[in-house]
Ligand binder design. Sequence first.
Ligand code: PEP
Ligand code: MN
Length: 372
Amino acid sequence: MGDQLKLLEDIEPLHGDGKEHLMVIAGPCSAESLEQILCTAHALKNAGIGIFRAGIWKPRTNPDSYSGPGKDGLEWLVKVKTETGMCVATEVATPEHVNEALDAGVDFLWIGARTTANPFAVQEIADTLAERHANNVGVLVKNPVNPDLALWIGALQRIYNAGIRRIAAVHRGFSTFGQHLYRNEPQWQIPIELKRRISNLPILCDPSHMGGKTELIAPLSQQALDMGFDGLMIECHCNPDKALSDRQQQITPEALRQVLHSLVMRNKLPLNDRLNELRQQIDLCDDNLLEILSRRMELCRQIGEFKKENNVTVVQTDRYNQILEHRMKQASELGMSSQFVQTIMQAVHQEAVKQQVVILNTNHEGSNPIQN
Ligand code: PEP
Ligand code: MN
């Protein structure tokens, strides 16, 4: 594919320490006390986890919320390293954070969703990493809060341009207004497209911030593995009920052990003839789909000419409603979700409207002010 990024070609693969080749990062949302950090870290170490996370500087929505211990908490992470031998990870948002975390010997830095959305902040982080020649540190880039793939890729590129090769992306979902099942909508098509564009980039899923509740951690983690993700970042606290941030989504180290045990690993490579045979059939279906779509668009253009000659509006709401209603009903008869078919019909209608608007505005000489 022409739009695949060659730029990140030589990034290093992740080495998992979790179940089989899965990279698992676990630990509390925020570092709260030395006691909480050590109790959680030892329990996670016993559960087989190799990378411990804890937020030292917390980007909180509400200014009155607990915002982490700051610099002093870094000493607690150093203790985790010396007592357990685990690697440690924390969030950085400013050059100061980067310098202090690097001075303390933090192994992985992550850039949070709010920071990824700000190219100035990411560039400052990248410049600091470059100044420090911090080639050994791993950098995890969370998706920006808004579903903007280009912004996510831009942040990854800035870190790469700073000489960092141990890079991974973390998918934590996207914020929306109002109450929904997920705290942050997964929109899986975005990390899937990221993987298509940068095929060697490891991608982790953060089911804790995505789901926002403990019961969604296992199903979201399984979904991520089904889609070929390379790892998981999961919030764990030795006493979740007492957590000072993200209480509803933190699980105990023992619960994490059970979640990991329950996960079914999938093979990444197409394995046998049966799969190839089924894929050939899928390709044939896709050929047919595109041919039919192109026939439908040709008919829409003919209708566009008719509407132009008769000077009538492109959008005919009654007809559109009729189509949607009929096809959504048919969808359930055919064993498909009506929501899915609605999405398809809406996309088809939108394209038809766009093409007809062009036709209506094309003059005799063939020039069109909308296209120009
Ligand atoms: C976090 O991991 O603690 C965090 C704040 O995450 P996010 O940036 O995904 O909201
Ligand atoms: Mn959190």
